[in-house]
Design a protein around this ligand. Sequence first.
Ligand SMILES: NC(=O)c1ccc[n+]([C@@H]2O[C@H](COP(=O)([O-])OP(=O)(O)OC[C@H]3O[C@@H](n4cnc5c(N)ncnc54)[C@H](OP(=O)(O)O)[C@@H]3O)[C@@H](O)[C@H]2O)c1
Length: 350
Amino acid sequence: MVNWGIIGTGKIAYDVGFAIQSVKDCELIAVSSRRLENAKKYADRMHISTYLDDYKAMILLDEVDIVYISTPNSLHAELIEFCLQQGKHVLCEKPMVIESFQLEHLKELAAQKQLFLMEAMWTMFVPSVRYFLSHLAQIGDIKMVQGSMGYVLDKERCFKEELGGGALFDLGVYLISLTYAFLGQPNELVMQSVSQKGNVETTAAFLMKYDDAVANLTCSFDVQLDNSFTVYGTKGSLTLKSPFYRTALVQLEQYEASDGDIDGIRNNFRSFGPLKNAPSWKQRILDKLNIGAQKKAIPFRGNGYQYQIQEVVHCLGAHQLESAIMPIDHSMKVIKIIEKLRSKNYEKDD
Ligand SMILES: NC(=O)c1ccc[n+]([C@@H]2O[C@H](COP(=O)([O-])OP(=O)(O)OC[C@H]3O[C@@H](n4cnc5c(N)ncnc54)[C@H](OP(=O)(O)O)[C@@H]3O)[C@@H](O)[C@H]2O)c1
């Protein structure tokens, strides 16, 4: 049995708390808040008996095996460090830290103490996302990625730099993490952003350039975006339908004409010549290319957060100190990308 303690009683603490309670071999045994009434409210709702108004006192409880941290972003590093120092495994909300040097230190500490540490990048464990990542070979060489994550958000912590606010930390991090999972580290980065509130970016568009591909990503607290994620390759495209981070639908479009090769497709376009301005030209091109979409439905169960909890339980059972799907180095590279997007002074790491 894995005994969990939770830090913080905000929105995500409830969602993940329910997820923990739904997973076999897990028990949610304690919660801590800055305020006793919030801790009690959470404990009553979740039917747990131990609630405290002191984060660190909860970490010290002998019966807690693993701590789930759900405070604002700027508080993560200090709390992770305290947990590790006290011999507790940690699952910490994204972004795990707000500066990469913090994670360098925490990675070493976790290894030294032989403790499990993982960022709660829950989308990486959702079955549709696993399916998507394992089927990218079907679309040939990847040339373009387009993804967005945006909805109108009015949560105070999101607009405060001192709490680790900003659209990149809250939303862009999902897009970057997913893109990093199949394209790795970019060669160049560029971002343009605006701030509608506070002193952090609230809407941002950024490009991640690779040797042969470009990722074009957008995130926003100010407007609702499409929230789908598509990878375009030389033989077709693969889309996580909106909302990509919790979807049950993956769509494959393959360019079946011309044996799927991009030169053949270009020739097909050329062969239209003057027809290209005719009213039906788009449809005729589509017909000639024989583009067909296949949709694959993949069950999305519960609130989706249980998939990452299952991974934690699996890793602890197998005495693995890191998840193979979401290792610390993955979180490290993503936080470095965010740092560099913000610094506007990007140089590729070795
Ligand atoms: N995985 C996801 O889908 C997802 C979604 C949203 C957010 N997140 C991440 O989860 C974390 C929490 O997000 P949330 O949306 O749940 O935030 P939230 O609703 O604002 O809750 C954050 C909690 O942190 C505690 N806290 C401690 N110091 C605080 C401070 N100075 N100001 C505000 N709260 C403070 C509070 O709990 P007490 O009063 O009980 O101490 C508060 O309820 C963030 O790291 C965020 O990036 C993840």
